[in-house]
Design a protein around this ligand. Structure first.
Ligand SMILES: Nc1ncnc2c1ncn2[C@@H]1O[C@H](COP(=O)(O)OP(=O)(O)OP(=O)(O)O)[C@@H](O)[C@H]1O
Ligand SMILES: [Mg+2]
Length: 264
């Protein structure tokens, strides 16, 4: 995708993300990542990336296989070592344990779903609330998850391992939401799902964002739907942010269309 990289500097994206228009309406960054690097042992995968998610917004991170998308989310969550800075609501979280970072309001629905297969749907949702400080409204929130994902209500006593792929993905998102996070990181939520299920899932994610006011950072390869619900988008190439801008502009960018949106 060298064309995208070449154009990255020229694309003067007038984002209200980077430059809020009305100063009075300036939104806070709920997640602010600066000069961030990470890798595995001696292998450096991320090279000094900077990205942010504004409060109430959805950001999407696009990139080819092996670009470093999952590594980015894992490093933000404290699952692997990193350098640089990660501010969650203005508080530095880099170097803290994954558990501490989750308690500060960062939920991560990992690639490959990761539900507890031997637990029921409802038990999985309760596990999601485990790190919450406020335990009083857990039952109410489980009801909210069932409203968002009616299939989970129908199967509340079923073991997660016997759910369909789409249902497991819904449960993974529901479980992450039970933390009542400030930011939800989603790693390829559409992976392996049929188009109609992906549509439903994205409708629900849009509702979660609008109605529960949860900010999100979504990693996707099949990016059409993610860009539709997103406010802002980043493209990661070989561990470097090669392009960024308002989601609508990224969605109409030729290089992005060719590489990530299935256009020839
Ligand atoms: N545990 C690991 N140990 C060593 N190298 C790893 C490990 N996990 C990932 N990598 C390497 O880091 C690079 C980035 O991987 P990553 O999983 O972040 O890519 P990705 O953008 O999420 O790709 P995909 O779209 O295939 O999920 C790859 O070259 C991969 O081989
Ligand atoms: Mg990945």
């Amino acid at each position: 995708m060298s064309s995208t990289r070449a154009e990255s500097k020229e694309l003067n994206l007038t984002s209200d993300h980077a430059e809020p228009q009305g100063r009075a309406e300036k939104k806070m960054n709920v997640l602010d990542i600066k000069n961030f690097s990470a890798g595995y042992g001696r292998l450096r995968v991320l090279h000094n990336i900077s990205m942010s998610v504004q409060e109430g917004n959805v950001a999407v991170l696009l990139g080819a296989n092996g670009a470093g998308k999952t590594t980015t989310l894992r490093a933000i969550s404290g699952l692997i070592k990193s350098e640089g800075s990660v501010l969650l609501d203005g508080q530095e979280t880099r170097g803290l344990s994954p558990d501490r970072i989750a308690r500060l309001g960062l939920a991560h629905a990992a690639e490959g779903r990761g539900t507890f297969t031997d637990l029921t749907v409802e038990e999985n949702l309760r596990v999601g609330a485990f790190r919450r400080t406020d335990k009083s409204e857990i039952t109410t929130d489980i009801e909210k998850m069932y409203d968002l994902f009616p299939r989970l209500r129908e199967r509340y006593q079923q073991k997660a391992g016997s759910l369909s792929g789409g249902e497991q993905q819904m449960l993974a998102v529901g479980r992450a939401l039970m933390l009542r996070p400030r930011v939800l990181l989603l790693d390829e939520p559409s992976l392996g799902l049929a188009p109609v299920i992906i549509n439903d899932l994205y409708d629900t994610l849009a509702r979660v964002n609008k109605e529960l006011r949860i900010s999100m950072l979504i990693v996707e390869q099949n990016a059409n739907l993610a860009l539709e619900i997103a406010d802002y988008a980043y493209v990661l190439e070989s561990g470097v942010i090669s392009l960024q801008g308002p989601a609508s502009e990224i969605a109409s960018h030729d290089g992005v269309r060719a590489a990530y949106l299935g256009d020839l």
